[in-house]
Structure formats: structure tokens, C-alpha cells
Design a protein around this ligand. Structure first.
Ligand code: 6R9
Length: 637
């Protein structure tokens, strides 16, 4: 395979060829990709792996620093290109443009701040910041000196922050005093102070002043970002890292239980994020790319920061929310910066689709070339709305399936190359050897027939997480014990006769009623099709006769529509679309559903509420909207 300078695959025939080569000889394939980057020393062994242990090592013996590839590498040709464009929460506040040259200086300077405060290679640094450029500066500065960053989403509680600091034994916490998100003002430093009462390892707290609000500071421990910069040089020789040195820890999976610290390493992660970014989104030189995800989520790590910067692209960082000051905001931003690639989540698409189209019509969004979706299955209605109203039928939609654990996009169309199909993530990217497994744990070989099963991966790709921090046994148990010698994703999938995958949801989200297996997504889609319904979540609860019965939590556009009559209509609709067996025993209208930062509905919590086990909700630290849980419990039926 001969790649162009951007590593981009440009035709379907080339995709087929690259895919074939990547499976036949992964070492050769990924060496070619890796050769596009700056290595201080070349690797001597491309891949060694054993999924039974499990152990994966890419580019062993290779030495590099990822920030040299994200920053220094671009200085010669495009030092004055914007690396980051920052759009503030308040549209009247000034936006910020930070060129590659400026970002390089900021990162070097902050790397010196970290070192001046005693941070060394291998130390863990917790970053708890809003979506401001300094968050990116802090993470890259860690990478520059070889410290391991652990970013905690700024929407999480003090308890969630404390437990992550404790698990990784972080030495430093970097935060902001306060920030605004929509109409909400958040006193971030106060949350930190609460968290720090439960921790013992933090020696220094660096506080960025996002606002002029008074900030409580603890003598000897807390320091202001700007004060620290005063005595920090603006050049910094990047630390030499082994390809397999950890780059970051990111905690995941509020949806299924206790958060796990996934560990990603340097060389493979860099190669994987850059390659997937270049291919899935097909950016050209002057494109302006926007991923609306928060950096506290893996999507932000890989596709707001590392992927785009490793590729030398311009990446937008947005501090706010789609609804503030009103639902024009996203379209306004696309018009303002002439966004070319727009990557967002189904829950935002669904919320935007409920608004009047006049919001869109007021804006010129014709700069768009590629649309992307991530985080959940995108239902047909949302897919078509995105395609018709935002893409105007001209922009391929890349429905990207992947996970915190995978580090990079795994199954997705390559924009303009792979034929899209509504609700399908389509085909695996080069290097991703998917397998569909049946109930007995046998692989369902592809034979041009549609099939359904659990999704597994047969061989390693460069950005696979190497372990769970301090818990390799758990890593083995969760991902490598169900199918011997394979990585288990925890997701179920349908594969069509052409080999396209549609991810149908987490395997734990399948509900069994009267002996029938039903996917929650299928029933929820039937409910969501009702014109008065905004969103819904289906779970089961124990039932004397049926064994299990269904409980539906439903949000409405207009809460005044809640009535017994509407419940009957919803049941009828489910009976028509899915079948009478799928009719819920109970329906509860709620104002909001409990969700994670990436918009995933936490059915685990709803299951407990439906079973009236309110004292046993488990870990709810990764909830975006914790207060909704109490409201739902108070009104449960
Ligand atoms: C990137 C990310 C991973 C889980 C994953 C799956 C769901 C993500 C999806 C999707 C259907 C897509 N998921 N992308 N389901 N279609 N395009 O979301 O990481 O937060 O770790 O979640 O999200 O269930 O297993 P993470």
C-alpha cells in the first residue's frame, strides 16, 4: 500500500487493498504508517502480542515524543496555521485563535511549570478543567515531560474526582477557578477543595483563572497558572519516551459499573489516532474540523486533540452547549468558522432535530463536507434528519463505532470512499479484524448472509488500551475471558449481506421477556417514533408471572401531554411496530433521563429504580445530571 503524504485512502478499491494487507501483514502495514512520524529512534520490533495473557506491544524499542509529532513537526511548514480555535460559552466573549507556533510555546512553557513543581516522567497528573485551550495545553505539557495525564470531566462530582485521584495516586491537580456552561456557573475550585479532603497524594494544585470570581486558595498547595508562568522558560526539550510508555489514563464505563482506568500508551495511540482521523474524516489542508465532544471523554482525547494535531489540522474547541443562548448555536458556529467536518453525538442530533428548522435556515452551513456521529447507535430518524437538514444530502455521514478501550475509531465509513447506509457503522477500518459470535461462543463466519451476534476483535490494533491501571486481572476478565484469544467489546451487532455492521447496543441492554430476547433500542425506537415523545429508555423488572416485565421511562417535548391516553397510544405503537410481547407493563413520564457525559442513557440505574431498589444504585459518579435520578425515584410507578 502506498499512502499519500496524508496517509489517506482515496478509493474503495484502495480500502479493500489496505484492509487485506493490514490483516495479512499487520507489521508491514503499520510500519508504513508509523514511518510518517518523527521517531527519535526507530523501533526494532513492530508487534508482539498474546491475547491470552493479555499483552500487546507495538513499535518496541521505538523512541518518540507525541508532542513533537503534534507540534514541532508542523512548525516548518505551517507554524502560522491555527491549531486550535476556541469558541467561548458566551457568544459575546472573544474567540481565541492559537497557531501551531503559539501552541508549541504554551506547551513548552507549561511543561517547565510542571517540572518546576516537581513533576517527573511517570508521575500522574489529574486535569479537571472546562473546555478551554489551557486544558489542551496542560495535557500536551504532561505528554512533553512524560507525565501521565488523567483527565476527569469537569461535570463530575467531587467524589468522582477524589476516587479517580486516589486510584491513580495523582501528585498534581490542574483546574480552573470557575466556568460557565450554558446558563450554569460552576465553582470548580470549590469542588476540588471538597475532593481533596478525601485524597492524600496531591502536592500541588494549579488553578487557571477562567473568571474574575474570588477563588479560595490554600497556602503552600495552591498556585495560580499565571503566576507560575512568570518564571517558566518558553522552550523545552521533549522527554524521550518509549513507544510503550503510558501516555494517559482515562476512566470509563459509568454505564456498567465501577470506573476503570484504561491505560493508553504512546506510539501505537499516536499512529492509530492520526491514521483514523485522516481516513475517516478526509481533511484537506485548509479545512476547519469540529468535534463537539468534551475532552474529558475519549472522543475528545483522540479526535479533538491528538488525532487532529498529529495530522496538522485546525481543531475547534467549544466551551458551551447546543442550546445556549438558543438552539441556533451550533449552526452559528458552523457558519462563523466555515466548518468542513462536524462530528457530534446522536443525543445532540435528536435534541436539535426537535427544534424548528428555522434555526438552521437562518445560517449558511454550506461549508460542511463530512458529518460524524459517535457514542450510541444513531436511530434512523436522527440519521435522516442529519443527512437531509444538515448535510443537505451532500455530506457523507460517518457513523463511528469505537470505545475508550479501543482508543481509536474501529468501524466506520471512510468519508467519500465507503458507501454509507443509515444506522450502520458499515465496515471495519484497516487493521481491525472483527468477528461476530453466536450464543455458543462460536464465530459466525461471513458468508454473504445477514447475521446477528456479539462483537469481538481477533487481533490487536495499535491504539488498544494495554491494561486497567493497577488491575490487569480485571482487564483480562472483562475483555479477554469470554472468547479465548479475542477481545470482547461488550456490544451486540447485526451484519448485513455486504458485511456492514450495525451496532445494536450493549449486550447487557438486551431484555428478556417471556423467554424472548428483545433489544432495548428496537423498542425505544418504536416509542420515539411517536410525535409527542422526545426520548425513552426501556428496562426490565422482576414480574411474578412473566418472570420479567418491561418498564418504559419516557420524556416528552411538552410535559403537559402526559396522560393515560398517551400511554395507551405508546403501547399500541409498540405492539404495531415490534409486537404485543414488547408492550411495557409500566410507563413513567420523566423530565430527563440519567445520562453519562457522552449522552449514553444509564439503564443500570433505571433498572434499579424499576425494581424499587433505590438504596442500591451503585456508582453514579459518571452521571451528567445526578439530580434527575431523585426526581425519577420520587415518581416511580
Ligand atoms: C467512543 C465512545 C463505548 C460504547 C460502545 C457502544 C457505544 C459508541 C457507537 C456506539 C453504536 C456507534 N457506541 N459509538 N454504539 N454506534 N457509532 O463512545 O466510547 O464512552 O467508551 O463508549 O458506546 O456501546 O461500546 P465510550
Amino acid at each position: 500500500m502506498n499512502f499519500n503524504e496524508n496517509l489517506q485512502i482515496k478509493s474503495f478499491a484502495d480500502y479493500k487493498k489496505a484492509y487485506q494487507e493490514s490483516l495479512e501483514n499487520p507489521e508491514k502495514f503499520w510500519s508504513q504508517v508509523a514511518n510518517h512520524f518523527i521517531w527519535k529512534e526507530k523501533w526494532n520490533h513492530t508487534l508482539s502480542w498474546d491475547f491470552k495473557k493479555p499483552e500487546v506491544k507495538w513499535f518496541q524499542g521505538g523512541k518518540l515524543n507525541i508532542t513533537e509529532n503534534c507540534l514541532d513537526r508542523h512548525l516548518e511548514k505551517q507554524s502560522n496555521k491555527d491549531a486550535i480555535i476556541w469558541e467561548p460559552n458566551d457568544p459575546n466573549e472573544e474567540s481565541r485563535h492559537i497557531t501551531y507556533k503559539q501552541l508549541h510555546v504554551k506547551v513548552c512553557q507549561f511543561a517547565n511549570v510542571l517540572q518546576n513543581n516537581g513533576i517527573k516522567k511517570g508521575d500522574r497528573v489529574c486535569i479537571y478543567m472546562p473546555m478551554i485551550p489551557e486544558l489542551t495545553v496542560a495535557m500536551l505539557a504532561c505528554a512533553r515531560i512524560g507525565a501521565i495525564h488523567s483527565i476527569v470531566f469537569a461535570g463530575f462530582s467531587s467524589h468522582a474526582l477524589a476516587s479517580r485521584i486516589n486510584d491513580a495516586e495523582c501528585k498534581m491537580l490542574i483546574t480552573a477557578n470557575n466556568y460557565y456552561r450554558g446558563r450554569k456557573s460552576v465553582e470548580l475550585k470549590e469542588i476540588c477543595d471538597q475532593a481533596l479532603q478525601e485524597t492524600t497524594t496531591i502536592e500541588t494544585v494549579i488553578v487557571y483563572r477562567r473568571t474574575l470570581n474570588p477563588t479560595p486558595m490554600k497556602e503552600g498547595r495552591d498556585k495560580f497558572w499565571f503566576d507560575e508562568l512568570q518564571h517558566a522558560y518558553s522552550d523545552h526539550e521533549a522527554e524521550v519516551m518509549d513507544a510503550e510508555d503510558p501516555l494517559f489514563i482515562l476512566y470509563t464505563s459509568g454505564a456498567t459499573g465501577k470506573p476503570k482506568g484504561m491505560v493508553h500508551t504512546t506510539g501505537g495511540y499516536m499512529v492509530g489516532t492520526a491514521f483514523s482521523f485522516q481516513n475517516v474524516f478526509q481533511p484537506s489542508k485548509d479545512d476547519i474540523y469540529w468535534c463537539s465532544a468534551d475532552i474529558g471523554w475519549i472522543t475528545g482525547h483522540s479526535y479533538v486533540v491528538y488525532g487532529p494535531l498529529a495530522a496538522g489540522a485546525t481543531t475547534i474547541m467549544f466551551e458551551g452547549v447546543p442550546s445556549y443562548p438558543d438552539y441556533n448555536r451550533f449552526w452559528e458556529i458552523i457558519e462563523k468558522y466555515k466548518i468542513t467536518q462536524f462530528y457530534t453525538v446522536p443525543t445532540a442530533i435528536r435534541a436539535l432535530a426537535k427544534q424548528s428548522v428555522s434555526h438552521i435556515e437562518k445560517h449558511d452551513i454550506s461549508s460542511l463536507k463530512v458529518l460524524g456521529s459517535v457514542g450510541e447507535p444513531i436511530n434512523a430518524e436522527a440519521w435522516h434528519w442529519f443527512n437531509d437538514h444538515i448535510g443537505k444530502g451532500n455530506c457523507p455521514i460517518v457513523d463511528t463505532w469505537w470505545q475508550t478501550e479501543t482508543g481509536t475509531i474501529m468501524i466506520s465509513p471512510i468519508a467519500g470512499v465507503t458507501a454509507t447506509r443509515p444506522t450502520f457503522a458499515t465496515l471495519p477500518l484497516p487493521g481491525v479484524q472483527t468477528a461476530l459470535m453466536d450464543e455458543e461462543g462460536n464465530e459466525i463466519e461471513f458468508n454473504n448472509q445477514p447475521a446477528e451476534g456479539k462483537l469481538a476483535i481477533k487481533s490487536p490494533w495499535p491504539a488498544i488500551a494495554r491494561t486497567i491501571w493497577n488491575n490487569h486481572e480485571l482487564y483480562k476478565k472483562i475483555y479477554f475471558s469470554l472468547y479465548e484469544g479475542m477481545y470482547f467489546t461488550g456490544d451486540a451487532a447485526y451484519r448485513d449481506a455486504s458485511g456492514n455492521y450495525r451496532i445494536t447496543g450493549r449486550v447487557d441492554d438486551v431484555v428478556i421477556v417471556s423467554g424472548y430476547n428483545l433489544g432495548t433500542a428496537t423498542i425505544e425506537n418504536a416509542i420515539n417514533d411517536h410525535e409527542k415523545v422526545a426520548e425513552s429508555a426501556i428496562v426490565t423488572f422482576p414480574h411474578d408471572i412473566k418472570g420479567n416485565a418491561l418498564y418504559a421511562f419516557v420524556t416528552l417535548f411538552n410535559k403537559n401531554d402526559a396522560s393515560e391516553k398517551l400511554k395507551k397510544q405508546i403501547k399500541k405503537q409498540i405492539a404495531n411496530v415490534v409486537g404485543p410481547i414488547a408492550k411495557p407493563e409500566k410507563i413513567q413520564f420523566v423530565s430527563d433521563l440519567p445520562k453519562t457525559r457522552s449522552g449514553k442513557i444509564m439503564r443500570r440505574i433505571l433498572r434499579k429504580i424499576a425494581a424499587h431498589q433505590n438504596n442500591d444504585l451503585g456508582d453514579i459518579s459518571t452521571l451528567e445530571n445526578g439530580d434527575t435520578v431523585k426526581k425519577i425515584m420520587d415518581n416511580s410507578v
